[in-house]
Every structure is written in structure tokens, then in C-alpha cells.
Write a protein of this length. Sequence first.
Length: 363
Amino acid sequence: MELGIFAMPLHHPDRDWQTVLQEDREMIIMADKLGYSEVWIGEHVASKGEPIIYPLMFLASVIGETEQIKLGTGVINLPHRHPAHVAGEVAMLDQMSNGRVLFGIGPGGLSCDAELFDHLDGDERGRMMVEAIDIMEYIWTHDPPYEFKGEYWDLSITDAVIPDLGVGSMGKPLQKPFPPIAYAMRSPRSAASELAASRNWIPIAGNFIPSDFVRSQWLGFEEVCDKLGIKADRNRWRVARSILVAESDEQAHDYVHAPDGMFRFYFRYLFTLAKMRGKPGEPDDAAKAEIEAEVDQALETMVIAGSADTVLDKLIAFRDEVGHFGTLVSTGHDWDDADLWRNSIRSLAEDVMPRFSQHAEAS
């Protein structure tokens, strides 16, 4: 059982941008030293709450201060950038990091980004994502001349090619044929399952879905793999959860349920975006009441918190419910209490995971 970490990252918009970026870097560097196997960093352009504009640039900043942790994008929203740019930058990061890149992709789910780039049609963004990755795989596995004609992008380097000088040739990743591609699934038995299975992408279960959805996701993915004649490998499956290891159950409960705490802000942010997708402005009073009810439920059912022993027991119960998975991906939350989160990240790695891994191997 491996241990990873995922951060959107989500911070309160009033916090200083430079400070939260420094804390996010510290989180990755600390995780590397503690033996976390991978980190996933998200991308959004038009939200102060999610302040990493481009995770490839951010991840490049920690290469020299980390040794073994894999550097994942969680995710690059492919419709919003030209695929040739992304292909070159991913290849460059893979070379710079000595082959540590994991390439998480998505169609873009944040409404303000979709409006900014005039990509409001969600179905169209899905088709753009697939075409973008087709172009990128083509670039990574071919030498010039290049010629690709798609629905959304045309790519051509046929005339300006001078092989002896390398002119017209695009760089290739260190990992062959290219870095592992990962895709987060949200709904059970969805088109995302079929897409991920058919393309041999790493399936990821998000941290903001109920545990019964997590189990159904895998069953749906497994059914698609069976239909396609593909072996579904649970060891490749990443499962994310919000986890807080505190000194006591009481400390954890007080922090998680604080009226103005970051856990409540985190889920309020997510559920507000979901409820208002495609609608202008802020939610009305009725919608706010519904959102708060969903937040209360999420704090009870989507957060694993307590002392090290309590967290271990909850993780074992969670795994018993959803089945085996290869990597537990803990969510990196805002460090409004930096010492609490430093201790949690350390305790999860040193006090909880050795016992949780032993239980997973035994069962």
C-alpha cells in the first residue's frame, strides 16, 4: 500500500498568495522526506481560492528539493490550452525530474475558467480533452514531419524541418512512450470509466464523493475492463480521502467541525460550485441551506479524523467497504493551523500507514 497526497489546493481567498504557495511547497518537500510516493497538484486560473495557475510550473519548483516523490498534475484542464504547449512542457518536466511525472488530465470543471476561455459546453470540453491527449501522444511517439487534423486543433510541421539541426522536432518525455496518464472518476458506472479503461489510464476516486460511490466506481470500471478484455488491476487504483491525524479524537472533532474552520469552507466551496454550475451569481437562501446540510453530512462521512489509532480503525473500515486499492491519497488542506497539519502529515506516514499497509497485505 502506497501513500500519496493530493491538493487542489484550496485556500481561503483572504490568505496571502505568496504564503500559501510557500506552504504548498513545504507540504510536498515534507511528504518526499516522509516517503510519500506521489503528489497531485490541481490547476485553476480564475479562482483566488485555488491559487495554482499552472501545476507544471509549480511542480518544477520542487524538483531540486525532492528526491523520490512522483510529481502529478491533478489535473491539467486540457481544453483551456494548446496541446502542443502542454506536450512540450510535460516532456520537459519529465526530463528535469528524471522521469517522475504522473500526468493527470481533465476536461475542466470550474465554471469561471470555462467562461474565461469560452468553453461553456461540458460535452464539448470532454471531446476537446480526448483530442488534446491524442495530439500529445502523437507528438510524444512521432518524429517530424508532424501532421494532425482534428475537430478543434490542427497541427502541422512539414516545411520547416531541418533534421541535422533538430529544427521542427518536439522533445520527448524520459518515460517511454510517455508518462502514466491518470483520470479522476466521479459518478459510478459513467462514461469516464469506459474512457479510462479503454485508454489504460490510472483510475482515481476523488476525496469528495461518498464511500459507496467509491466502491461503485471500481465495480463499474471493472465491468468495463471485463467487457474490453482488459485486466483491472486494483493496485493501480488511487483512492483519495480527507484525513486528519490529531493528538486526540476530541482535538480532531473540534477542528473538523469548527464553524469557521477550513474543512467546512472546503466542502462549502465544492458544493456551492456544484450547485451553481451553469447558473449566474451567488446561491439564494434556500440553496445555501441545502449546501450547509450537504456540508454537515460530508464532515461526518467524507472526513477520516481522530487520533492515530482512530484514523487507522476508520481507514480499515473504509477499505473493508470499498475493497483493496493500491495507493491511499490523502488530501492536502489549507494550513490555517500549520503545526496541526505538519504533525498530521508526519503521523499519517509514520504511525498509521505502516499498520494500515500491514493490514492490507494480510487481508
